[in-house]
Design a binder for this molecule. Sequence first.
Ligand code: SF4
Ligand code: SF4
Length: 114
Amino acid sequence: MSAPGLPEVSCSACDAVCCRLTVVVMPDDPVPRHLVDRTPEGLDVMARGEDGWCVAVDPLRMCCTVYEQRPAICRKFAMGSPYCRSEREAYARRYDDVGDHVDAAPSPIPLRLR
Ligand code: SF4
Ligand code: SF4
């Protein structure tokens, strides 16, 4: 449910935009360790593919393949929250620019932000 005046947001109609963010993995997160990368600064994060998405994303359904084992930070990221909305808007703007900056297109997957 959205706050009055705000458009509806649904994970089922989204390109898993939050799964393109840096996702810090804590020692007690149950995520499979082969999906975790260590940054040069020594921080454990969810590994990301060349397309920019977390490697745990199912690219066909754009959903999490380790949902029950996902890191705590993923559990806290609330659908429709201000952070969710701002990331979706930034992502949509990036794709709106693709027509003018084709070389900058990160990947040709369809937009599902509506
Ligand atoms: S929480 Fe927000 S950004 Fe993440 S999948 Fe759901 S709608 Fe998309
Ligand atoms: S672990 Fe799952 S919910 Fe978290 S960023 Fe990766 S795909 Fe998204």
